[in-house]
Design a protein around this ligand. Structure first.
Ligand code: ATP
Length: 225
């Protein structure tokens, strides 16, 4: 039996001032599964993604990513999990301005010490998949917000991560491009037996997931439409 890609057990988080964001949160993502999380602005959706990524700490509870318990790891080991197992599509794109698009997309592979020519070739394939293959030698400042979003998606998929964390991945995209991007993310998840945790306010993007959940201060509850 395959292990779950992500398992959260009784995760709680309060803000520095003491306000409790969420309490006793449980969630399991099986291989091949896409889960959308919705919820009011400020309820803690982005914070939850940061906790799963090991970029923020929960107050209590257990977070298992690809069979590894984040709490049992030191910062170096957490960095390796982030680098090898997770693909990020976050609101701040973190696209590096001094690298061209192919170099940006290849970056996760370069960090894994994949030979440069192979990494750049693979980045080109991903840029083709998001419709930016012709722009591979362009620099980020020459791109629109929606194009940068697509570069971030190509980079999130290039190293075939077990877990994709996506925060409003279609936020800057027109409806047609958004649909194509969600289909690309979905295919990538299903074909490889990866999993995706998607945070979005968009009912259309959320509807592409296998399950929709609502984040509330009392935990995650099933959401509909
Ligand atoms: N470092 C911090 N210190 C204090 N408060 C913080 C910090 N980071 C986030 N917050 C607060 O935590 C709450 C949850 O923020 P978060 O970004 O997780 O919400 P969200 O559900 O993703 O919201 P949105 O839908 O608007 O993006 C907000 O009230 C925010 O102001």
């Amino acid at each position: 039996m395959r292990e779950d890609v992500l398992r959260l057990t009784a995760v709680s988080k309060s803000l520095p001032g003491g306000r409790r964001l969420f309490e006793g949160l449980d969630l399991v993502l099986a291989a091949g599964e896409q889960v959308a999380i919705r919820g009011e602005s400020g309820v803690g959706k982005s914070t939850l993604l940061n906790i799963v990524a090991g970029l923020d700490a929960a107050d209590s509870g257990e977070i298992m990513v690809a069979g590894r318990n984040l709490a049992g790891l030191d910062e170096t080991e957490r960095t390796v999990i982030r680098r090898d197992k997770i693909g990020f599509v976050f609101q701040a794109f973190h696209i590096l301005p001094y690298l061209d698009l192919a170099q940006n997309v290849a970056f996760p592979l370069i960090l894994q010490k994949i030979p440069r020519s192979k990494a750049i070739a693979r980045a080109g394939e991903l840029l083709d998949a998001v419709g930016l293959g012709e722009r591979r030698r362009s620099y980020p400042k020459e791109l629109s917000g929606g194009e940068l979003q697509r570069v971030a998606i190509a980079r999130a998929l290039v190293h075939e991560p077990a877990l994709i964390l996506a925060d409003e991945p279609t936020g800057n995209l027109d409806p047609d491009t958004a649909e194509q991007i969600m289909a690309l993310l979905g295919r990538s998840v299903k074909q490889r037996g990866a999993a995706m945790l998607l945070v979005t306010h968009s009912p259309t993007a959320a509807a592409t997931a296998d399950r929709q959940l609502l984040l509330t201060p009392h935990g995650l509850v099933p959401a509909h439409g």
